[in-house]
Design a protein around this ligand. Structure first.
Ligand code: MG
Length: 389
């Protein structure tokens, strides 16, 4: 879709707020296509293949990884963007990059690293995703990071503490001024939620941690369960599960398109600036669907994320992160050479950091960049005397 065909509130090349380091415009691509391409070619993007959200990577080949999750988010977000005439390239770039800063071992790994970093500025995965694209990727001669557009960076930084927002300049302003990000950023965030809720149901069933009978207490699931079973009484359970999940995703996606379309038109917004200064997000689910999604999330928290087998994995991975952090912080010379060099690097926006804070940050960057299996191997190399170093 060319800029002219896009919705008046969409992000376009014409209203793009540009890049941190000035560059010539791309020849045959839009600004956001260029961002998307840079993300796809980054090392952090490839590592998503071996990072997980709930299950550890080696547990099975069929489970989602952060890579397949990011592709699913991009797919959902692009469908909605096209239906609303928003910028598909931007929404795709944000979706593919949204998890780049995630630690190994999903949420457990991130909480563990945040606890390790408590006295050194903490660890936020959204902020780390921004740090990956702004600083940590080393691919271009003229600038650090990927030098993405303001709009992609704004979308990647979904949340952020006020203290950190103050250090971030223009990209942190909206948290201080209580402004909204672009519609594309709002959309990527909601597509993320649709994707993980539904694939956690799928993976949880496949892994045998939750059952269809249990899920029937969730209205969103049960309604589609009954529909599918009435229409296809002979259906195999595998097809039934996929048919239910497909319908659940479709239901919330259609709701998102219709509710958002209405909210955008009722708001009277005529430009991306109007979107940014609106009192709240214009992309949203209806109240009914929001409530149903909340019930599903509550179910997953109680029955899947807190399942004893998931908790065991969580417990082990917390130990891996804590011990690696302590060992590297104690003696940074046991980290690979490029991280020792990073100890002396000036970090934009964090010039005041030095000594222990800088050291902790470099250790956190190293650990956050690890895949699940790399972290486990590194743990063996550092702590197991019989393992290769
Ligand atoms: Mg995600």
């Amino acid at each position: 879709m060319s800029d002219r065909e896009l919705h008046c509130c969409a992000a376009t090349d014409a209203n793009c707020r540009g890049r941190q380091h000035a560059e010539p415009d791309p020849s045959y691509r839009s600004q956001y296509q260029r961002d998307r391409d840079r993300i796809v070619h980054s090392a952090a993007f490839r590592r998503l293949e071996y990072k997980t959200q709930v299950f550890v990577n080696h547990e099975g080949d069929l489970f989602r990884t952060r890579l397949t999750h990011s592709i699913e988010v991009a797919q959902i977000a692009r469908s909605v963007a096209r239906a609303l005439r928003l910028n598909e390239d931007l929404v795709e770039a944000i979706s593919l990059a949204h998890d780049l800063g995630h630690t190994p071992f999903g949420h457990a790994g991130q909480d563990a690293l945040n606890a390790c970093m408590k006295d050194y500025g903490g660890f936020e995965h959204n902020l780390q995703s921004l740090r990956v694209v702004d600083v940590l990727e080393e691919r271009y001669a003229d600038f650090p990071g990927l030098n993405l557009t303001f709009e992609s960076r704004e979308g990647i930084l979904k949340h952020c503490s006020l203290a950190n927002a103050r250090l971030l300049g223009d990209i942190g302003e909206r948290f201080l001024n209580k402004q909204q990000p672009s519609l594309e950023a709002q959309l990527a965030n909601l597509a993320d939620e649709i994707a993980y809720n539904n694939h956690d149901v799928d993976d949880g069933l496949r892994y045998g941690l939750i059952t269809i009978e249990q899920l029937r207490e969730v209205a969103l699931f049960d309604r589609h369960y009954r529909e599918v079973n009435e229409r296809y009484p002979q259906i195999s359970s595998r097809r039934m599960v996929h048919e239910i999940i497909r319908r659940m995703i479709n239901h919330v996606v259609v709701d998102l398109v219709e509710t958002s379309k209405q909210r955008i038109s009722q708001s009277g917004a005529n430009s991306i600036d109007d979107v940014r200064s609106a009192p709240g997000p214009l992309m949203a689910f209806s109240d009914e669907v929001r409530e149903e999604m909340t019930v599903l999330k509550r179910f997953l928290r109680a029955n899947l994320y807190n399942h004893f087998r998931v908790r065991r994995m969580t417990q082990k991975s917390v130990g891996v992160i804590e011990q690696l952090f302590a060992a590297f912080f104690e003696d940074p010379k046991i980290m690979p050479p490029q991280y020792q060099e990073a100890l002396h690097r000036e970090t934009p926006g964090r010039a005041a950091e030095s000594g222990a804070v800088q050291r902790a940050r470099v250790v956190a960057d190293y650990i956050a960049g690890m895949t699940d299996r790399y972290a486990i191997r590194e743990y063996q190399r550092v702590f197991d005397p019989s393992a290769d170093s």
